[in-house]
Design a protein around this ligand. Structure first.
Ligand code: ZN
Length: 235
């Protein structure tokens, strides 16, 4: 069984405009991805003891999923070094969307992780590495009717692999799904602005699910369970 800890700063989630999209919070939508999987899910929030990332929890976490946006600066250096220590020791790490600017991801990259940014655009996500385990069951491309535009240049070190590229109706492109290794395996995935129902999209959910199985520590990698790919009609 893979143990996933979903960390959410959990600030936008208290506002009506996010509650309307995610009644159970962004963490609730992410946890729901693993409803039928052999995965144990826990959640942690910024305002909890040790910022929702105590040593005891991290020691029992195989893969940490991270959603943060407006409170990156409130994550303490102690928390950052605790998390990075576990990643260096093999814990998987999946920073989502605006977590590109989290202290943890920036420290792992050693760069600013800056990017171009614009509201409300249609995104087409291209699977550019279809044989990658994270791309299992994902079509050549799929669309999100509305997502926040993140565009190149994206100031990151060259990824190990670029699995997905995003194209936006405004013309920008972005390395939307990238892998890195820093002891543990890391998968950065761009979609997931808090006001859009992105984490309800079947393909987005499958990518995050696949990424968890892929990013698990070496001793826990069992291969990605095969299930029927989601159908295009559901998208
Ligand atoms: Zn956003």
């Amino acid at each position: 069984m893979i143990r996933v800890h979903i960390w959410n700063e959990n600030i936008h989630d208290r506002e009506d405009y996010v509650r309307a999209v995610y009644p159970d919070g962004i963490h609730g939508a992410l946890a729901d991805i693993f409803r039928d999987e052999d995965v144990r899910v826990t959640t942690g929030f910024l305002d909890e003891d040790e910022q929702g990332l105590p040593e005891k929890v991290l020691a029992e976490t195989d893969v940490l999923i991270w959603w943060g946006h407006c409170a990156h600066d409130r994550v303490t250096d102690d928390t950052v070094s605790r998390v990075i220590g576990h990643i260096h020791a093999g814990m998987g790490f999946i920073p989502l969307h605006s977590a590109h600017h989290s202290k943890v991801f920036r420290a792992l990259c050693g760069t600013t992780a800056n990017l171009k940014w614009r509201n409300d655009d249609r995104e087409r996500i291209w699977t550019v590495d279809p044989h990658h385990p994270i791309a299992q069951g994902i079509p050549e491309h799929f669309e999100l009717d509305t997502e926040e535009m993140y565009g190149e240049p994206f100031d990151i070190p060259s990824p190990d692999e670029v699995v997905f590229m995003g194209w936006f109706a405004g013309g920008e492109v972005f390395r939307s799904g990238c892998t890195f290794t820093r002891g543990g395996r890391i998968f950065y995935f761009q979609p997931g602005h808090e006001t859009y129902p992105t984490y309800k999209n079947e393909y987005v959910r499958r990518i995050i699910r696949n990424a968890v199985f892929w990013a698990a520590p070496a001793g826990k990698r069992t291969g990605i369970p095969v299930t029927n790919p989601p159908s295009l009609e559901n998208n």
